[in-house]
Design a protein around this ligand. Structure first.
Ligand code: TRP
Length: 77
């Protein structure tokens, strides 16, 4: 599968947000982890290697489906 044109935009709203890529195929495992500090942005695609993306920490996530907010584990707001 080729990358689609659909990009996912992740903007970290705290330090040490992790963007984790999970493998495509029978075996779903982490293959990449990217650490973003507050204000940093990652723009990513789903590819032949990446079927899912997990975000840990407080971030703003934009996709073609809309916008969603992830929160940190111990968020008070
Ligand atoms: N080499 C990976 C791939 O082509 C890079 C990648 C694409 C990635 N999308 C990602 C890594 C999302 C983390 C999260 O699949």
């Amino acid at each position: 599968m080729k990358p689609t044109n659909d990009f996912v935009v992740i903007k970290a709203e705290e330090d040490s947000v992790n963007v984790i890529g999970l493998t495509r195929g029978t075996d779903t495992r982490f293959h990449h982890s990217e650490k973003l500090d507050r204000g940093e942005v990652m723009i990513a695609q789903f590819t032949e290697h990446t079927s899912a993306i997990k975000v840990r920490g407080k971030a703003q996530i934009l996709t073609s489906f809309g916008e969603v907010q992830s929160d940190s584990k111990h968020s008070s707001s």
